[in-house]
Design a protein around this ligand. Structure first.
Ligand code: SF4
Length: 660
């Protein structure tokens, strides 16, 4: 055991007498799998991670007061039966479960048009409207609300309570000099600003009794005047000194700088440590949790050995694969399906209205009971399955069909697996694409899928193989017909010029000469245009990004990845500019003309190269040719209709799973 490379990860730890079986935590994260009350899907989601070996999970933000509700409600008796059911399900699996109690303050408007409540009247950065400050004598009502919610959770059998004082929510608003401009006993000095939190913690302790752990989540903001790491550390130190907390959960960022809260694939593992470490290094006496895009137990072990924390949170790693701990403990870390840091299937979905948590690489999220790999089951009637196309949809189809026990042969026209991933991975900071491609490649080999590479097959070739089922996953091609999405009745003059290329060509061909100029026309608003722009800028090409949309990369922004992307693009050595609400009108030698969609005058921009990032046309011909020649033909992913990576993987999974 002494030389066990994961010795620290698997050391149990007690928080106020509650034993956590190992050091891996899933901190609170919005799922919307239960709106109002805990649903069976939410229980299934957490139970899968409990079976996977996680030590501690903290349930998502649970509202303590009707003036702020995000998903779960914890302020009436309805919480007890559903939370009790969750605890009854999970307790035998060994994972401990804490509940985060939360009030969002001025971040999100409450339902039904009620006014937001906050520390001060300052408008929140999301809602953009002022909150009604909580009155001095009213603070006690909110203290009581936290205590009442804690009591209900305790009655339901929860293992511990966490107070959300991070990420710009109400308690953070009181702590921060930026958002707390009060002149009563809850504003001004640090002692006054932390008074509300201290009163809440004391009331919660009183409500739940001496046995239950009570902790707090805190973190520094990242904009001028906000709460800094020194203040967070001082507040935490005082809370420990006064016996008010049993653990400290350190994060960073708030809604003024959202991208710090959930860094994407451009950020390294542990990217928060230079900030959160200033807090954990200054506080002693209680176990401390850190987070920040950790993906493997090896990374967690390093944190523990360095003494940066006592527990390590791995949320997205466990969204992508519920079995990170179990697979690693069993000696197979390479079998862990990697989180690619796209933020697309998880954060971008839950930040949408009523959308539920998902995952780009794991189609089972939120429906684990019926859809997890554990629920696939081996067929009693193995079939000969041919998959045509080795992109994401095809690889997932082959993987799941093989797990079902079918005899699977995959044909790929290129000399390596990957399909569209092989294009996406050429962009800078796209390590996640390599990670998932490497995982699929290794899994298909391990499972015994026969992969025929450099095999461009037609319908005759497939029919000769005499398959029972053919899954066609042949992808899609960019459409360069010159009809912009914003004006499909028009054709861009000069679209056939040699200087006009697709995003696929831009990323796979040698970049133009250093100092030349490119116009990247983004018709779709996804990460693809960022990839192309960054690739060209990295090669010294000046880039103008033009889009019909009101902002660059709106879908990337929903995944909290656009701000860091723009920071990189604007700081590149070559020039970068963005033009919005425009559409291409014509391409001439070394320049292009853009038409305004907002009534402004047309503009001409220098362009040695014009890259069109636009929609794609499915390659579905093979499926049509096979119809009637083989018993069962299924079309999946972009070959059915060009969409995104998440849909491609899900459809590949669905198709293989449903083979009788
Ligand atoms: Fe990771 Fe992307 Fe899945 Fe989110 S959607 S957990 S970032 S792979």
């Amino acid at each position: 055991m002494k030389n066990d490379p994961l010795r620290r990860v698997f050391e149990p730890i007690a928080i106020r007498g509650v034993e956590i079986p190992n050091r891996i935590v899933r901190t609170a994260h919005l799922t919307k799998l239960g709106m109002g009350t805990i649903s069976d899907d939410l229980i299934g989601y957490h139970a899968a991670r409990a079976r996977g070996g996680v030590g501690l999970s903290i349930l998502e933000a649970t509202a303590v007061h009707p003036s702020s509700v995000l998903a779960l409600v914890g302020y009436d008796d309805s919480v007890i039966p559903t939370l009790a059911k969750l605890m009854t399900t999970i307790r035998p699996l060994g994972m401990k479960v804490f509940q985060q109690l939360w009030h969002g303050g001025h971040v999100y408007p409450p339902p039904g048009g009620l006014p937001m409540r906050g520390a001060s009247a300052l408008p929140g950065p999301i809602a953009g409207m002022p909150a009604v400050p909580i009155g001095t004598e009213e603070v006690g009502d909110f203290v009581a609300a936290f205590a009442a919610a804690a009591r209900l959770s305790a009655e339901a059998g929860i293992d511990g309570i966490e107070i959300a004082a991070s990420h710009g929510y109400l308690m953070h608003q009181f702590l921060s000099p930026l958002t707390n401009t009060r002149d009563d006993r809850y504003g001004g000095s640090l002692e006054n600003r932390m008074r509300f939190l201290a009163e809440v913690l004391a009331a919660v302790r009183n409500a739940v009794g001496p046995a239950l752990p009570v902790g707090v989540r805190m973190g520094a903001g990242q904009v001028t005047g906000d709460l800094d790491e020194q203040d967070v550390a001082e507040v935490a130190r005082l809370l420990v000194e006064r016996g008010l907390i049993d653990y400290l959960n350190v994060s960073m960022g708030d809604y003024y700088a959202m991208h710090w809260m959930m860094g994407g694939m451009d950020r390294p593992a542990g990217y928060m440590l230079p900030f959160s470490g200033k807090v954990t290094g200054a506080v002693a006496g209680v176990p401390q949790i850190v987070t920040g895009r950790f993906r493997t137990l090896e990374e967690a072990e390093q944190v523990l050995r360095a003494g940066d924390a006592d527990l390590v949170s791995m949320v997205r790693a466990h969204i992508a694969d519920p079995d990170v701990v179990r697979k690693t403990r069993d000696g197979h870390p390479e079998r862990v399906r990697p989180c690619i840091g796209c933020n697309q299937g998880c954060i971008a979905r839950t930040s949408g209205v009523d959308a539920r948590l998902g995952c780009t690489v794991n189609p089972a999220v939120g429906r684990e009971a019926r859809y997890g790999d554990d629920a696939i089951g081996v067929t009693a009637s193995p079939r000969r399955v041919v998959v045509v196309g080795g992109g994401p949809a095809g690889m997932e189809a082959a993987r799941v069909a093989r797990l079902r026990g079918h005899d699977v042969t995959l044909y790929e026209a290129a000399d390596r697996l990957g399909g569209s991933l092989n294009v996406a991975r050429r962009a800078p900071r796209a390590q996640g694409m390599d990670d998932i491609l490497d995982w699929y490649t290794a899994e298909l080999r391990r499972l015994g899928v026969t992969c025929r590479l450099s095999a461009l097959v037609d319908a005759d070739d497939v029919a000769v193989a005499d398959p029972d089922v053919v899954i066609v996953a042949t992808g899609a091609d960019p459409v360069l017909d010159g009809r912009p999405i914003a004006a499909p009745g028009e054709v861009v003059d000069g679209i056939g010029s040699p200087g006009v290329v697709s995003s696929v060509e831009a990323l796979t061909r040698p970049a133009p000469a250093v100092g030349s100029r490119a116009l990247v026309v983004d018709d779709v608003g996804q990460y693809e245009a960022v990839s192309v722009a960054e690739y060209l800028l990295q090669h010294g090409v000046h880039v103008t990004m033009a889009t019909r949309l009101p902002m660059a990369g709106p879908l990337v922004d929903a995944a909290m990845r656009m701000t860091p992307a723009l920071e990189r693009l604007y700081s590149a050595p070559a020039e970068f500019a963005v033009l919005t609400r425009v559409t291409p009108a014509s391409v001439q030698p070394r320049k292009a003309t853009l038409r305004s969609l907002a009534g402004a005058a047309p503009m001409t921009v220098p362009a040695d190269l014009v890259v069109l990032v636009t929609y794609k046309e499915s390659r579905s011909g093979l499926a049509k040719e096979l119809a009637g020649r083989v018993p069962d033909v299924r079309l999946v992913g972009d070959a059915l209709a060009a969409r995104d990576l998440q849909v491609a993987i899900r459809e590949g999974n669905d198709a293989a799973r449903s083979i009788a």
